[in-house]
Design a protein around this ligand. Sequence first.
Ligand code: PLP
Length: 421
Amino acid sequence: MAWSNSADKALRERAAAVIPNGMYGHQSVAPLPDGYPQFYAKAKGAYLWDADGNEYIDYMCGYGPNLLGYGHPEVDAAFTAQLAKGDAMTGPGVVMVDAAEAMVRQISHAHWVMFCKNGTDATTMALMIARHHTGRKTIIRAKGAYHGAVPWCSPSPNGITPADRADQIFCDYNDPASLEAAVRLAGSDLAAIFAAPIKHDVFVDQEPLDPEYARRARALADETGAVLVVDDVRAGLRLARDCSWSLVGVQPDLSCWGKAIANGHPLSALAGSEPFRRAAGTIFATGSYWFAAAPMAAAVATLKLIRETDYLERTIRIGDRLRKGLDEAAEQHGFRLRQTGPSQMPLIFFDDDPGFGKTYFWISALVRRGVLMHPWHNMFTCAAMTEADVDATLERASDAFALTRAAGRIEPIEALLARTR
Ligand SMILES: *Cc1c(COP(=O)(O)O)cnc(C)c1O
């Protein structure tokens, strides 16, 4: 069946009438490549089908939740079994205690956990607990690092007042001197240092964590009595079977989890070490669906697979194969790519591509060939991807490189030019 997007276009027209801007959030930040689908009909394993029935090998993995494969049989069996018994009830299901025990067992620094729905709930609770615990206000976080979609941390200024952003100091990720300067500026009012596990900001190359930065953050938090928070919402369980900073031997006080912990079912969590238990137990934190039991049953099943399978090694192997193959294919067509981030969380830019024109053109050609990639947000591999999926991707990528080469001079994406200046 030839690729087409007439159903998607029709849905966008209907959406424009009843949904502001037809779309909000991460799919509306900047225009996506031509032909990029907005609406999806179904998903299974490593694949996704859009509203027109086009099939994709999906390197976005739902922007993170798909870790083991969409509709994973064991996870979904646990979810549906609990759903049949009871989901959102008057109080939590008995499975909440199993899920909490499984999280605490999985995360070295954690002695307790609180479940919530979105990653933003977890980062916001971390903020409140740090302020309540220390009796101080100021937090330090890295410029460009995403922590969620509420007034204290929204990446957009629209609808946000200066008061919403008060008591925050920004530093440069991976720059210990910049972090030290921020700590000096905070003086005796420092409540928390927030940190991403790696630099996985949008629109720019990713960077691995500098272990020296992590150690400085830990030492500065200890010296000042501030709380060290690692926001593992996106990278959690993708870099390690533990908090991501365990890879460099640094343990945070609080860690934020979401996206992959229930393999696509709505659940997030805040985990903490012993000294913060009292403050955590005395903030007011809740939501109508926070105690729903079925996603917690999915988390228990997911965490069992995390412990018992080679899912992590598999996502890395798949990512390595993709990265190496794409570099070779690009070179054959006279292009150079900048592939950054861990190979299981790839981000791919064409070198020498101001305004992302070539990247957009290439991804648009990939979309028409059944490969879903993203032009400026990190992607993901999942454990359901096979070597054959990667090889099919590479073949189609090679065709897309050839088309990009044949197109000659490609115009930049106007809306994105400013971001690269
Ligand atoms: C996605 C994300 C969040 C917010 O999670 P939501 O579930 O979208 O609220 C916070 N931090 C990081 C690093 C994320 O990637």
